[in-house]
Design a protein around this ligand. Structure first.
Ligand SMILES: Cc1cc2nc3c(=O)[nH]c(=O)nc-3n(C[C@H](O)[C@H](O)[C@H](O)COP(=O)(O)OP(=O)(O)OC[C@H]3O[C@@H](n4cnc5c(N)ncnc54)[C@H](O)[C@@H]3O)c2cc1C
Ligand code: FES
Length: 291
C-alpha cells in the first residue's frame, strides 16, 4: 500500500498528492510516469511524476478530476493509500543523457498547458541545477486554473503566463506568446511542450516553421503500461510506437497528432456513460428516492 503523506488543492478539481513510494523515488528521473490504482478493482491511471525526493522516499503527482477514476483519487485524503503505485515507467527525458557541459548555458523554452505545469517541474529542477537558461510559458483557461506558479517562478529565468479569458497575464493561447517570443528574436536550443494534445500539436506547428527542436509528452490512453495491449499506440515518423514504453516523450515534429487525437476521443461516449453510472451509484438522494 502506498500512503498519501500530503494532499493540497492547487485549483478547483486539481490536487497535488505526495505519496510514500521509496522504490519509485529512488530510481525516478524527469519525464517518467507512474500508473496508479486507487482500489483493488480500480482502473489503472497514468500520471506523470511531478517531483520526487530520493532521501524521504516520496513521489509527487498532480491529478485533475476528469472522469470516474480520477474523481475517486481526488476524493482521497492524507493517510489513505493507493493499492498500486507502479513506476517509474517510460523513458526519462532525453536531456538526462546529455553531457552536463552541454546543458550549461543551453536555452530551453517550456510550454505548459493546464496540469502540464506539474510534469515540467522535475525537468526544470534538473536543468537548472546544471546551468541551463530556462524560459517557461504557462497557460490555462482562467486565473483560478493556473497551478504551481510560485514553485516554477523560483526555478526559471523568465516566466510568461497566458489565460484564455485574460484574467491573468497575456490574453490568449500559449502559442501566441511562443510566436511573440520567437519573432522578437529569442533563440532556443530546445522547446518542450506538455499539455492537452491540441496544444502540443499547435506548438509543434509553430516551432517547425522556425526549425526549433521540440519534444512533447504524449498523454495517450493507456491500459497495461507494458507495451502489450496497444492502447497507447501512436505514429511517430511513420512508425508505430507505444507511448508507455517508447515514450511518453517524442520528437514533436514527427508525431501524427491527428491520429493521436482521434484515438484519445475513441472511448469518450463510453467514459461519459461510466461516469454517469458511478455518480448514480454513489448518489445519496436527500429526498429518499432510490435510482
Ligand atoms: C503518460 C501520461 C501521463 C499523464 N499525466 C497526468 C498527470 O500528471 N495529471 C493528470 O491529471 N492526468 C495525467 N494524464 C491523463 C490521465 O491519465 C487521464 O486524465 C485519466 O486516465 C483519466 O481517467 P478517468 O477514468 O478519470 O477519466 P475518463 O473517464 O477515462 O476520462 C474522462 C475524460 O477525460 C478524457 N481523457 C481520458 N484520458 C485522457 C488522457 N490521457 N488525456 C486527456 N484526456 C483524457 C476523456 O476523453 C474524457 O472526456 C496522463 C496520461 C498519460 C498517458
Ligand atoms: S498501455 Fe498497453 S501498450 Fe502501452
Amino acid at each position: 500500500m502506498f500512503k498519501i503523506l500530503r494532499k493540497r488543492e492547487l485549483a478547483p478539481d486539481i490536487y497535488l498528492f505526495e505519496v510514500e513510494a521509496p522504490r519509485v523515488a529512488k530510481t525516478a528521473n524527469p519525464g517518467q510516469f507512474v500508473i496508479v490504482r486507487a482500489y483493488d478493482k480500480g482502473e489503472r491511471i497514468p500520471l506523470t511524476i511531478a517531483d520526487y525526493d530520493k532521501r524521504t522516499g516520496s513521489v509527487t503527482i498532480v491529478i485533475q478530476a476528469l472522469g470516474a477514476s480520477t474523481r475517486v483519487i481526488c476524493s482521497f485524503e492524507e493517510g489513505d493509500s493507493f493499492v498500486d503505485f507502479a513506476g517509474p515507467l517510460g523513458q526519462p527525458s532525453d536531456f538526462i543523457h546529455f553531457d552536463p557541459d552541454k546543458i550549461n548555458g543551453k536555452r530551453f523554452l517550456f510550454v505548459a498547458g493546464g496540469v502540464g505545469a506539474a510534469p515540467i517541474y522535475p525537468q526544470l529542477k534538473y536543468l537548472k541545477e546544471r546551468g541551463a537558461v530556462l524560459d517557461v510559458i504557462i497557460g490555462a483557461r482562467s486565473k483560478e486554473l493556473l497551478i504551481l506558479l510560485d514553485e516554477i517562478r523560483e526555478k526559471v529565468d523568465n516566466l510568461y503566463v497566458a489565460t484564455n479569458d485574460g484574467s491573468f497575464g497575456y490574453k490568449g493561447f500559449v502559442t501566441c506568446v511562443l510566436e511573440e517570443l520567437i519573432s522578437k528574436g529569442n533563440q532556443y536550443d530546445q522547446v518542450i511542450a506538455i499539455g492537452p494534445m491540441v496544444m502540443m500539436k499547435s506548438v509543434a506547428e509553430s516551432t517547425k516553421k522556425y526549425s526549433i527542436p521540440t519534444i512533447v509528452s504524449l498523454n495517450t490512453l493507456m491500459i497495461d503500461g507494458t507495451g502489450m495491449c496497444g492502447a497507447c499506440r501512436v505514429t511517430v515518423n511513420g512508425k508505430i510506437r507505444f507511448t508507455c514504453v517508447d515514450g511518453p516523450e517524442f520528437n514533436a515534429h514527427e508525431v501524427d497528432f491527428d491520429e493521436a487525437m482521434l484515438r484519445l476521443n475513441m472511448y469518450r461516449s463510453e467514459e461519459q456513460k461510466r461516469l454517469v453510472d458511478i455518480e448514480r451509484k454513489h448518489h445519496k438522494c436527500k429526498i429518499g428516492r432510490t435510482m
